[in-house]
Design a protein around this ligand. Sequence first.
Ligand code: G6P
Ligand code: FE2
Length: 186
Amino acid sequence: MAIVQPSVFLKLQSGKLTGDQVLKSQKKLKDLEGVFQDEQIRAALPQESLIYEVQAFMPIAEGKSGGLFFGNSTIYPGKIGAEYHMTRGHFHSNLDTGEYYWGVKGEGILIMMDEDRNVWAEEMSEGSVHYIPGKVAHRVANVGEELLVFNACWPSDAGHDYATIAEKGFAARLVEVDGEPKLVDS
Ligand SMILES: O=P(O)(O)OC[C@H]1O[C@H](O)[C@H](O)[C@@H](O)[C@@H]1O
Ligand SMILES: [Fe+2]
């Protein structure tokens, strides 16, 4: 029986994944049209600015059941008007599938919304563990001055439904009020 090397490593300090099978994607301001409340400000800022990047290890085909995917997300600090840099956010296409997120470094807030549009949020920091139940949309904002890094693990048949959020958004947005993050109805 052969004993082989793993093909992927997780750098525990940085949360980054290394290995030939790790996929990478970036989201720049130009990719996030309509995501932030103030579209005029978003459109006027430098469009090549990097807002977040994602790494993913997907050892089986996306959409196939039975597997798990593993990811890393890094959100750069900053705001678009009063609203913090954040991910687009999504429901899973296979709606009743959950996900784990956990904080690696920086200060973040995980915003969740159920199908009835009830919104709630959890603080993310180094070592924080976040269970995202099925049927719950999720988005993460960087509310600190440093990079926000978190990891994720989700089912291989979850998929991403971005259309619902693109059409209706979240029922609340995370904005800075008097220097503090606040969830306000949108
Ligand atoms: O896909 P977004 O809503 O833009 O969020 C960015 C990414 O965050 C995490 O890493 C999730 O595990 C990914 O599945 C997701 O793609
Ligand atoms: Fe997800």
